[in-house]
Write a protein that binds this ligand. Structure first.
Ligand code: ADP
Ligand code: MG
Length: 254
């Protein structure tokens, strides 16, 4: 099947010596060129699901496949084919960016690790230009940038290898309104221009309305509702989705 597909994922953790099921039979399909949001309250399992889809963690049961090829954690070398096609924007770019490296170096490094050809520095500069970062920032360190600028570096880093799938974990949480709008616009434009599929994990329904045509709602490690965002946000079928919407009354009128 074409796409990034999770089937019946189960992930259990030990919490206070008791087993806890963080993912409880999750199915999710991300088709090429689509934009899907995974929404749910804090602790519902969104990041755990993302880590499985990125082969950063292994499920206790179930599978992840990219175009029908099995995906599982492994060595950097064995996962190159996968990392070339599926990239991610981690939740907190400030902690994920090496503080000693320059911006352009941070974006070029994954290209080198992926063993891609071409002029890595030039490709990095193109990616930085694509997220709207001015040249004057290219030789700076992350500590010399604002939160929004670092978030753009993280996006450039993820898109420089031109992935088919971009997975973002709470891409605008913690940003003020202006920066948030900037980052959402960058993601929107990139996806429109390159047909990169987006999977955006968020607890914020306004991000969904702004960016994603499809939505999956998570609650307690399960996906309780899936559909078109326009339908689910206006006429939610599951009580949990209704509760999420009630927490953001503005959206009822969108
Ligand atoms: P979300 O991203 O939706 O906020 P997470 O996927 O981070 O949720 O976490 C889901 C649940 O699993 C939470 O209750 C969290 O405490 C628990 N959890 C996540 N990672 C671990 C871990 N490494 N060990 C134990 N429990 C974990
Ligand atoms: Mg999370």
């Amino acid at each position: 099947m074409t796409g990034l597909v999770a089937s019946d994922l189960i992930r259990r953790y030990q919490r206070s010596n008791k087993p806890f099921t963080a993912l409880d039979g999750v199915d999710l399909e991300v088709r090429p060129g689509t934009r899907t949001a995974v929404v749910g309250e804090s602790g519902s399992g969104k990041t755990t699901l993302l880590r499985m889809l990125l082969a950063l963690d292994r499920p206790d049961a179930g599978s992840v496949e990219l175009d029908s090829a099995a995906v599982a954690p492994g060595s950097a070398r064995s996962l190159r084919w996968f990392r070339r096609r599926v990239q991610y924007i981690p939740q907190d770019p400030a902690t994920s960016l090496d503080p000693r490296r320059s911006v352009v170096d941070l974006v070029a490094t994954p290209l080198r690790l992926l063993g891609l050809g071409g002029d890595h520095s030039a490709l990095a500069r193109n990616a930085l230009a694509a997220v709207g970062l001015d040249q004057k920032f290219f030789e700076r360190r992350p500590s010399e940038l604002s939160g929004g600028q670092n978030q753009r570096v993280a996006i450039a880093r993820a898109v420089a290898c031109e992935p088919d799938y971009l997975l973002a974990d709470e891409p605008v949480s913690g940003l003020d309104l202006d920066l948030r709008e900037q980052v959402l616009t960058v993601l929107d434009d990139l996806s429109a221009r390159t047909s990169t599929a987006l999977l955006v994990v968020t607890h914020d329904l306004s991000v969904v309305a702004r960016l994603c045509g499809d939505i999956s709602v998570m609650c307690d490690g399960r996906i309780v509702e899936t559909g078109k965002s326009a339908d689910v946000l206006t006429t939610p079928a599951h009580p949990h989705t209704r509760a999420l919407l009630d927490a953001v009354p503005r959206l009822h009128s969108v």
